[in-house]
Write a protein that binds this ligand. Structure first.
Ligand SMILES: *[C@@H]1O[C@H](CO)[C@@H](O)[C@H](O)[C@H]1NC(C)=O
Length: 170
């Protein structure tokens, strides 16, 4: 049986479309007003904070020293998560634990007596072997170029993408 949208449904849809149109033109006007004092010609689009450049951070940092760095990390993470999907959460957790002590400096990876890696809070952390195998591969391809902190950040980004979260630029 074919269903035909009722007049009420159609009316409701039209009203919703009109309301949305009104709201978006209102939002655009508000935006224009807000931007009036800023540089002219910017349009109504406001770049979200996470897309804005940050002093000292360069998205093309490895462009010359290790052009395929992100590809190497991404392929390794994709393969590892396909074999064990719980690794996606494990990497996000590993990154969080690294961050919790002095920022995302890869200090959680340091393998030494009484290091963060062997602290009580790290007892159930996983993913060290994956990061190490990526580091080994990167050392083979681009010796002494890529920091462990960047590997962990990129691997976590790719793990969260594998877990269907949003992709974020490193
Ligand atoms: C680590 O956990 C063990 C066992 O629960 C406990 O005896 C020890 O005091 C803890 N160490 C620290 C530094 O909290």
């Amino acid at each position: 049986m074919r269903t035909t949208p009722s007049a009420i449904t159609m009316a409701a849809l039209s009203a919703a479309v009109l309301l949305l149109a009104a709201l978006s033109s209102w939002a655009a006007a508000a935006n224009d007003g807000q931007q009036a004092g800023q540089a002219a010609g910017g349009g109504g689009y406001v770049q979200p904070a996470y897309h804005q450049p940050v002093d000292g951070l360069d998205p093309g940092y490895y462009q010359h020293s290790c052009p395929d760095m992100e590809g190497i990390v991404q392929r390794a993470v994709k393969k590892a998560v396909a074999a064990d999907y719980s690794l996606a959460a494990a990497l996000i957790r590993l990154f969080f634990h690294d961050f919790a002590v002095g920022g995302t400096d890869a200090s959680v990876l340091i393998d030494a007596p009484a290091s963060e890696k062997y602290a009580n809070a790290s007892k159930t952390l996983r993913g060290f072997e994956l990061i190490e195998s990526i580091k080994t591969e990167l050392e083979r391809r681009c010796p002494k170029a890529v920091s462990c902190a960047d590997i962990l950040a990129a691997a976590t980004r790719d793990a969260s993408t594998e877990a269907s979260l949003l992709f974020f630029p490193t």
